[in-house]
Design a protein around this ligand. Structure first.
Ligand code: 5AD
Ligand code: SF4
Length: 464
C-alpha cells in the first residue's frame, strides 16, 4: 500500500513515526513523502494541547470528503487516539482504525484489517489497571529492530531511554496516554545507540518525558542517568551526547558533574519551570518550589562550564493572578534562557487540573500574559545570544537554513555569495541555531564558525 504519515507533536512522536516507517516498509508498504497518491493516510498525533487535536479534526473533516470520491484508509495513531478512543471514530466516521502509542507494533495487522473493511482499535488498557508487559516487550522489539536507513538525518539520531511518565503534573495528559514510566535496560539503549553510531550518526539525543529520572535496576545493580551517560559517552564515534526533556527535581549533583566531566556530553539543559510562582507550582504538582528551581540553575552554572538553558512556561493556569504571572516574568529575566516555549493553559479532559480547577483565566488575559512572557524572553534571548559574538563555536551543520529552503520551494536562485554557497544552518554544542554561508557539501559535517552577529533566536557567523 502507498502510505502517507503526518506527524504532529513532540520529538517522541517523531521518533515513533521513524520507527513506524521502518515497520511498514518491512511489511512491504511504500511510504510517500507527500499526501498525493496515498492509499492510506496515518496521523501520528499529539494530545498535549487542544490546538494539536484541532489540527487533526480539521484533517479528518477533509478526509471524509475525499473518501466520498475514492477509497482511502485513515488511521489515527498516537496520544490523541489513546486519549479519545472509540468516541473519536464515532464522531469522525472517516477513521478506519485507532492505534495508541503503546501499540505501534500492531500497525501492519491493523492496516490489513482496515483494508479488509473492518474497523479496528489497538489501545492500551487504562493505566490504573495494569502495565501490559507483553506490549512493552513488543515495543522494545520495534525500537531494537530500528533501521538506520529510516533516520531522517545522516548526522543526528534520537534514542528513547524511557517510556511513559509517573509525575502527574495536574495539567498534563502524558501520564494517561503514554502510560507508566519504564526505563529501558542500559544494554538495549547501548545496542541501539551503537547501531546509530556505526551507521555514521555522531550526535545522539536521548529521549524521555523526564529523561533525567532514568533509573534501571537489575538485581543488585542500579544504573542512574549519570551512569548511563558515562557508559554511552565512551562509545566509538560518539561526538555529541544530548538529552531532553529534563525534570528540575531530578538534577542530582552526579548528573551535573557527569555533564562537566564527560567531554562529549553537551552543556544544554531543557528543564521546564512552567511557572515562577510557588502557588502555581504547587497546584501544578511540579514537586519543587521557585527557590529550588533557582538553586538548580545556580548549581548548574557553577558546575557545568558554558551551560545553556531552555525552558517551558504555561500562562493562565487556573487561579493564576497578576502576581503569579509577574513571578514567571521575573524568572525569565533571571535565568536568561536561550529560548523558552510559552503555552497558554489548555484544559485536557481527564487530567486533575481539568477535574479540580475551573479554567478561570479569561482568554484575553492568557493572550496578554503570553505576549508579556514572549517579550521578556525576546530581550533575554537577544542578550544571551549576543554574549557569543566574537567567539568561535563548533557547529554540526544540519542543513540549509529555513530561508534557503523557502527559496528552493519557490524555485528562486539562491542568495549566492560565491557560486556554490548557500545559507546553511547548524547547532552549537549549547544547542544554539547558527546560520552562515557555505557549500551544501558541508551538510552533516562539523565546522568551526566565528560568530559575528546575533538575534533573539539565532547566531550568525563565518565559517573558518
Ligand atoms: N496546557 C498548556 N501547556 C501544556 N503543556 C503540557 N500540558 C499543557 C496544557 N494542558 C506544556 C508544558 C510542557 C510542554 C511539553 O507542553 O509546558 O512542558
Ligand atoms: Fe507531563 Fe509533568 Fe510528565 Fe512532563 S513531567 S510529561 S509535564 S506529567
Amino acid at each position: 500500500m502507498k502510505i502517507y504519515i503526518e506527524t504532529l507533536g513532540c520529538q517522541m512522536n517523531r521518533l515513533d513515526s521513524e520507527l513506524i516507517v521502518g515497520l511498514l516498509q518491512s511489511a512491504g508498504h511504500e511510504i510517500l513523502a507527500a499526501r498525493r497518491g496515498a492509499e492510506a493516510v496515518l496521523y501520528n498525533t499529539c494530545s498535549v494541547r487542544q490546538h494539536a487535536e484541532d489540527k487533526v479534526y480539521s484533517r479528518l473533516g477533509v478526509d471524509a470528503k475525499r473518501k466520498a470520491d475514492r477509497s482511502l484508509i485513515v488511521g489515527v495513531l498516537g496520544c490523541m487516539a489513546q486519549r479519545e478512543g472509540k468516541s473519536l471514530a464515532r464522531r469522525y466516521p472517516a477513521v478506519d482504525f485507532l492505534c495508541g502509542p503503546g501499540r505501534i507494533h500492531e500497525l501492519p495487522a491493523l492496516l490489513e484489517a482496515a483494508r479488509a473493511g473492518r474497523f479496528v482499535v489497538a489501545l492500551d488498557p487504562d493505566r490504573k489497571t495494569s502495565i501490559d508487559l507483553q506490549a512493552v516487550e513488543a515495543l522494545e522489539a520495534v525500537d531494537l529492530s530500528r533501521d538506520p536507513a529510516c533516520c531522517p538525518s545522516e548526522s543526528q539520531a534520537f534514542v528513547r531511554v524511557m517510556r511513559g511518565c509517573d509525575r502527574f503534573c495536574t495539567y498534563c495528559i502524558v501520564p494517561y496516554v503514554r502510560g507508566a514510566e519504564i526505563s529501558r535496560s542500559p544494554e538495549a539503549v547501548e545496542r541501539e545507540v551503537k547501531k546509530m553510531l556505526v551507521s555514521g550518526r555522531s550526535e545522539i539525543t536521548l529521549l524521555g518525558q523526564t529523561v533525567n529520572r532514568y533509573r534501571h535496576k537489575n538485581g543488585e545493580t542500579t544504573t542512574r542517568f549519570s551512569d548511563l551517560l558515562a557508559r554511552l559517552s565512551s562509545l566509538a564515534g560518539m561526538r555529541r551526547l544530548r538529552f531532553v526533556t529534563s525534570h528540575p527535581v531530578d538534577f542530582g549533583r552526579d548528573l551535573l558533574e557527569a555533564m562537566r566531566d564527560l567531554p562529549n556530553v553537551c552543556p544544554y539543559i531543557h528543564a521546564p519551570a512552567q511557572s515562577g510562582s510557588d502557588a502555581m507550582l504547587k497546584r501544578m504538582n511540579r514537586g519543587y518550589t521557585r527557590a529550588q528551581y533557582d538553586e538548580l540553575i545556580s548549581a548548574a552554572r557553577q558546575i557545568v562550564p558554558d551551560v545553556v538553558f531552555a525552558g517551558d512556561f504555561i500562562v493562565g493556569f487556573p487561579g493564576e493572578t497578576d502576581a503569579d504571572h509577574s513571578a514567571s516574568v521575573d524568572l525569565i529575566r533571571r535565568v536568561g534562557y536561550k529560548n523558552a516555549f510559552i503555552f497558554k493553559y489548555s484544559p485536557r479532559p481527564g487530567t486533575t487540573a481539568a477535574k479540580r480547577y475551573e479554567d478561570d483565566v479569561p482568554e484575553a488575559v492568557k493572550r496578554r500574559r503570553n505576549l508579556e512572557l514572549l517579550a521578556a524572553q525576546k530581550t533575554q534571548g537577544l542578550a544571551h545570544h549576543r554574549q557569543y559574538i566574537g567567539r568561535t563555536l563548533e557547529v554540526l551543520i544540519t542543513g540549509k537554513s529555513a530561508k534557503e529552503k523557502k527559496k528552493d520551494a519557490r524555485q528562486e536562485p539562491s542568495s549566492q555569495t560565491t557560486s556554490d554557497h548557500v545559507q546553511l544552518q547548524g547547532r552549537s554544542r549549547g544547542d544554539h541555531v547558527v546560520l552562515f554561508e557555505g557549500p551544501e557539501s558541508l551538510i552533516d559535517t562539523y565546522a568551526e564558525v566565528r560568530i559575528t552577529d546575533a538575534s533573539d533566536l539565532s547566531l550568525f557567523g563565518r565559517i573558518i
